[in-house]
Ligand binder design. Structure first.
Ligand SMILES: Nc1ncnc2c1ncn2[C@@H]1O[C@H](COP(=O)(O)OP(=O)(O)OP(=O)(O)O)[C@@H](O)[C@H]1O
Ligand SMILES: [Mg+2]
Length: 256
């Protein structure tokens, strides 16, 4: 049984079929690359998986249970976390506080607990800070823990967004264009980081990415979308030499 199963997913926005009958599985511990030209429906898949969009048809099963009637918060609690294509850190907060926001959704005390100050809450708070610092170290951000997040260069903001997503201790992480805007050196380092995170945290991941060397280099399998339909699926090498895939990408270049 795969960890995540997507079956017959369809969603329309007015006259536009953003996804049409899309199905794929993700095995536990797998890195699945999700690629396709602009507007193919990649982010829409993430928006459905994280509960932001409700599909018109189809099923999503995670760890044996349906996700479709759950709120985004409930889906996060089930163990799916994501980052956004347009990086969304809390700019005025420190880097550390950005991660603590992600952690607090998991703390027992919550807001009420924080209001009713107690030794237990203080202990929990201290543990949360330690965990947040450990996460920052894992993502190479320990030196900027106390810096205002909005002042970080884009590459580090993207890592911070990953740290915040990981604070929720997900089993499955959805990364939407993690290398967008990064230079080749940063992209290389990011590839290594993603692979290391999978090993260290036993994560399952779906990575949406336009950087082909990155996505082909880290993915166990790749699913290709084009105009909302799945046109290919397989090992990176198979997909890269698939005629329909080459056609889809060349077609986009011609249009541009
Ligand atoms: N909330 C929405 N309302 C209307 N149209 C939408 C909405 N969300 C997505 N779309 C449309 O659905 C299609 C798929 O969009 P999506 O963002 O999933 O593409 P994508 O593959 O992520 O593209 P990109 O590589 O440019 O990020 C596009 O035509 C987009 O304009
Ligand atoms: Mg997108």
């Amino acid at each position: 049984m795969p960890l995540l199963r997507v079956e017959g997913l369809s969603i329309r926005f007015g006259g536009l079929a953003a996804l049409s009958d899309v199905s794929f599985d993700v095995a536990d511990g797998e890195i699945l690359g999700l690629i396709g030209p602009n507007g193919a429906g990649k982010s829409t898949v993430f928006n459905v998986l994280s509960g932001l969009y409700r599909p018109d048809a189809g099923r999503v099963t995670f760890d044996g249970g349906s996700l479709l009637d759950l709120t985004p918060h409930a889906i996060a609690c089930r163990g799916i976390a994501r980052t956004f294509q347009n990086t969304e850190v809390f700019r005025p907060l420190s880097v550390l506080d950005n991660v603590l926001v992600g952690l607090h959704s998991r703390l027992r005390g919550g807001l009420l607990g924080a209001a009713v100050w107690s030794r237990a809450v203080a202990r929990e708070e201290r543990a949360a800070r330690e965990r947040a610092r450990a996460l920052l170290a894992r993502l190479g951000l320990e030196d900027v823990a106390d810096v205002e997040a909005g002042g970080l260069p884009l590459g580090r903001q993207k890592r911070l967004e990953m740290a915040r997503a990981l604070a929720a201790e997900p089993r499955c992480l959805l990364l939407d264009e993690p290398a967008g805007g990064l230079n080749p050196t940063e992209t290389r380092a990011l590839m290594d980081l993603i692979v290391r995170l999978r090993e260290d945290l036993k994560l399952t991941m779906i990575v949406v990415e336009h950087d082909m060397p990155l996505v082909m280099g880290i993915s166990d399998r790749v699913v290709v979308l084009h105009y909302g339909r799945k046109i290919a699926e397989g090992k990176p090498r198979e997909v890269a030499s698939d005629a329909a895939v080459i056609e889809a990408y060349l077609g986009t270049e011609d249009d541009a």
